[in-house]
Structures are given as structure tokens and as C-alpha cells.
Write a protein of this length. Structure first.
Lengths: 126, 126
DNA sequence: ATTATTGTATTAAGTAATTAGTACAATAAT
DNA sequence: ATTATTGTACTAATTACTTAATACAATAAT
């Protein structure tokens, strides 16, 4: 999996989001051990401290569990992961609709636009 | 108009986005003079340097025009503004659909979700 | 003509994010 | 028992962002 960062936001925040994506989409298995800080850091090509900062945040959210000096594990609370997933979706929908509305597109309008622009986006992605 | 900044991104970037929103939605009139750097800075409660940095960026994008020491003006190129507006919408749609897809919602699914969640969001906003 | 305004530039300082390098205790692996 | 791995903590240095405080030339306003 590729790690890509933009420079318009702190890297550790982008790491948190990337890991949350992975957590709720089954990239990592609930209850299973998580890659070590150093491994993740070298994969993402950031300093271990930066990765550690992100992991600490995820742990304080209850997503990562750590039993002392053993490897961290992803929470086995699948409901928590499911809720996070819903929250992530809702948050994005809310922000998206808000910005589209400010650009002059109401919800109906936005939905139409999404359908219309579908093919164009597909082309661009290819 | 209220200026609000989050601390997860550089302020000058948030200023650029806010001003772009204003430019494409008729908050400022094309061809007309733009508020002075110092005024904008005090309105947004940031340092003039920070505002200046944002304005310089907008000028390099061709959105702001400056005739030497006179006030800057918003471009009178309405087509440019219209294109920017479309680009802003497309960019947001693309990113939104991409993230929703990663969360497991395809376009059709996402559209349904937007319609379903409509009322909930309205409630929250009230 | 004089004054105020405007864009622009400069230097210094402060803060936050990131990197670099190291260290240590606890567990796992051998 | 010894070694490797892991989480964690720490200090220092660097870079980017932001603020602070000026300064100056060109135009507008008076």
C-alpha cells in the first residue's frame, strides 16, 4: 500500500487518517497485531517519532491496544470500527455537501452533477 | 463574513481557499478593487504577512491583478472565475467519491446515502 | 504640496512539525 | 541465558509557518 502525503497538512494527521482508512476497511484484521512503529515509519518514509505520534493518537481513540512492550494490536471491537466507518462517511458527506452548497449547488443539484460527471472522472482516472 | 481557521492546516492555505470561494460566488465583484492587505489581515485576525502570502498566491494564479501601488482588483475575466468554480466543484467531487469508494460506497451507493442522510444533516445544522 | 493609503520588502523572533540520534525496559525468539 | 524486537522516552537540530515591527516607493485624497 502506498503512502502519499501532501504538504498542506501535518504528516502525522495524514498518517492518522490513512491508518483509520485501513482499519475500517479490513486492511488490518481486528484483534491482530499491528506492524511495529519502526516498520510503519520506514514504509511511510517518515521519522519513527512522527509515526509514534500518530499511533499514540490512535491508541487514545481506543483503536489501538498495547500490552506493555509487546506489539500493538488493532482493537477487536468490530462495532467500534463500524461506527468509525460511519462517522468517517458522515463527516465527509457533511463537509462535501456544505462546500458544494457554498459553490451554488444544492443537494439535488449536487447529486445530478455526480451522476453527470461520472464518466468524465472515470476517463481521468484511467 | 466570518473568518474561521482550523489548526490542522496552514492558515495561509485556508485563506486562499476562503478567498477563492468568495471570488467565484460573487462576494467580490469581478474587475473591482479588492480590500487592502491590512484590512483583510485585521478582519481575519492574522498577520499582514500571512495575508500577503495568500494574496501573492492568488495573484500568481491570475485571480488578482495589481497595478503597482494601487489597490488590487479581482480579475474581470468572468470566464476564468467560472472555470475556477467548476474546477473547485470537480476537485471536491473527485476527492469525495474517491474517499467514499475507499470506505466501501460506490457512486450509486453514495448517492443513495446522500439522499437518505439529508434530513439528519438538516437537523444537525438547525 | 502635503498627507494618507497601498503594495511590497526586510529582518528578527516565536511556535509547531519533523527529523536525527540515542537510550532503556519488557517481552519474544533463539 | 542471550539476542532481537518492541514500545516508549528523551534531547537536539531543522524546517515551515506565523507573528512582530519596520521601511519605502507609488498612487490617491486632501
Amino acid at each position: 500500500m502506498e503512502w502519499e502525503f501532501t504538504n498542506d497538512r501535518p504528516v502525522y494527521i495524514q498518517i492518522i487518517e490513512e491508518l483509520q482508512f485501513r482499519m475500517v476497511t479490513g486492511f488490518y484484521t481486528p484483534g491482530e497485531s499491528f506492524p511495529p512503529v519502526r516498520t510503519l515509519a520506514s514504509e511511510a518514509q517518515v521519522n519513527p517519532n512522527t509515526m509514534q505520534r500518530a499511533l499514540a493518537e490512535l491508541e487514545s481513540q481506543g483503536l489501538l491496544c498495547t500490552q506493555r512492550t509487546n506489539a500493538k494490536t488493532l482493537t477487536e471491537d468490530r462495532e467500534m470500527l463500524e461506527n468509525l466507518k460511519k462517522e468517517m462517511a458522515k463527516k465527509r458527506i457533511r463537509s462535501f455537501l456544505g462546500e458544494m452548497e457554498r459553490l451554488g449547488f444544492d443537494r439535488t443539484n449536487t447529486i445530478q452533477l455526480i451522476s453527470q460527471i461520472k464518466e468524465t472522472i472515470d476517463k481521468e482516472v484511467r
